[in-house]
Write a protein that binds this ligand. Structure first.
Ligand code: F6R
Ligand code: MG
Ligand code: MG
Length: 364
């Protein structure tokens, strides 16, 4: 029996502003998914939030991109939106871009990462969920997990990993994908994935047997809507241990709170701060961007967990560094590199200001 793990998320209303989740929305999602579990549609579920994003983590046997499962998520978000509207939560339904569900939530607004696999004797999985940033935020950690022997000792000393991994990279402007075989094509791949707002690591597979190791959500909401309606706030599923990086190697990249795009108005660079579930409420200048990690043992489709992986003093220093970086970046105010380059900002007044100043720029 193959197990499918589906993580589907949406921002259907923030509490307060864009900072967090009202408990009523969690309750609605839990009720909806319990019903689906009782009816046998899904095997198990866990509902979490990262900032203003509602995260539905579900297991089933229906495979990826399954219409029934996507509809369940969609309907759950619709129910939550009704409550969000009643409470006048902020941006109620902001990620639901279409009124009519047409088979698959991909391209409709919610973010999706799904993985289907034959369960091993024991299958530890980490689900990463971020708020106030874009899917490019996963490039650096995924590179470190699966490509950097200074992060992942197993690449050097575990015979099952020693051949390396295949990275599938998406060009979000051209909508094309390319596979890189790592380590041989490492330098070629880095040319692209270093540009995190253009090229995204979509999935990673083990080279020796093509087994899927990681899948990220790669929706770009701003493109989907044709206009800005909310940062993508991505999710990432990573399988760990026994021929994949150990759990400790999977989470090690987050000890470095690297600089990502997002934060206030999706238009600023800032550090990605790893936090516990209870601290996933980006408030200061709507940030800094957060990431949580939910660990599960998957047992015949049952989600044994979640364990709150970043609730660990060994991530305190990363949080301290992130706070220092946040001060440093904030001190730049409206100047780059805190503010994103003009063409990457989610909010801009540029066309209007340009129009107002028409004729005032003199050739010299
Ligand atoms: C960033 C985000 C927030 C909002 C900001 C302004 O992803 O969601 O930083 O962009 O709070 O929000 P509005 O325009 O809704 O007032
Ligand atoms: Mg929001
Ligand atoms: Mg969000």
């Amino acid at each position: 029996m193959k197990t499918t793990l589906s993580v589907i998320k949406a921002d259907i209303g923030g509490y307060v502003g864009h900072s967090s989740m009202h408990p009523a929305l969690i309750e609605i999602a839990e009720t909806a998914l319990s019903e689906a579990k009782n009816s046998g549609m899904i095997i198990d579920f866990s509902v979490l939030h990262c900032g203003d994003d509602l995260e539905l983590i579900m297991t089933h046997t229906k495979g990826v991109e399954n219409q029934e499962i996507h509809k369940l998520a969609w309907d759950t978000f619709i129910k939550g939106t009704e409550k969000a509207k009643e409470l006048k939560l902020y941006g109620a339904g902001q990620d639901l871009l279409s009124d009519a569900f047409s088979g698959n939530v991909k391209g409709m607004g919610p973010g999706v990462a799904e993985i289907e696999f034959e369960e091993r004797r024991s299958d530890p999985v980490i689900v990463f969920m971020a708020d106030k940033t874009s899917p490019g935020a996963w490039n650096l950690p995924l590179y470190k997990m699966f490509g950097d022997p200074f992060n992942t000792a197993g690449l050097v000393i575990d015979p099952h990993m020693h051949d390396g991994f295949i990275f599938e990279v998406l060009d979000i402007y051209e909508n094309t994908v390319v596979d890189f075989s790592i380590p041989e094509e490492l330098y070629d791949m880095l040319v692209f994935i270093g540009a995190m707002e253009h090229y995204l690591i979509k999935s990673v597979r083990r080279k020796s047997d093509n087994e899927v190791a990681a899948v990220s959500s790669t929706q770009k909401l701003n493109f989907l809507a044709g206009k800005y309606v909310g940062k993508d706030d991505p999710v990432l599923i990573v399988r760990a241990q026994s021929g994949f990086p150990a759990m400790g190697e999977v989470i090690e990249p987050f000890t470095f709170p690297h600089i990502v795009a997002g934060w206030m108005r999706g238009s600023h660079h800032g550090p990605l701060m790893p936090v516990s579930f209870e601290d996933a409420n980006p408030s200061r200048f709507d940030g800094p961007p957060r990431v949580i990690a939910a660990g599960f043992q998957i047992a015949n489709g049952k989600l044994v967990g979640p364990r709150d992986i970043f609730k660990d003093p060994s991530f305190d220093r990363a949080r301290d560094t992130a706070n220092e970086m946040a001060d440093f970046f904030r001190a730049h105010g409206p100047f780059e590199p805190h503010r994103l380059p003009l063409e990457e900002m989610e909010y801009t007044t540029l066309p209007e200001v340009k129009k107002k100043l028409e004729g005032r720029f003199k050739k010299i």
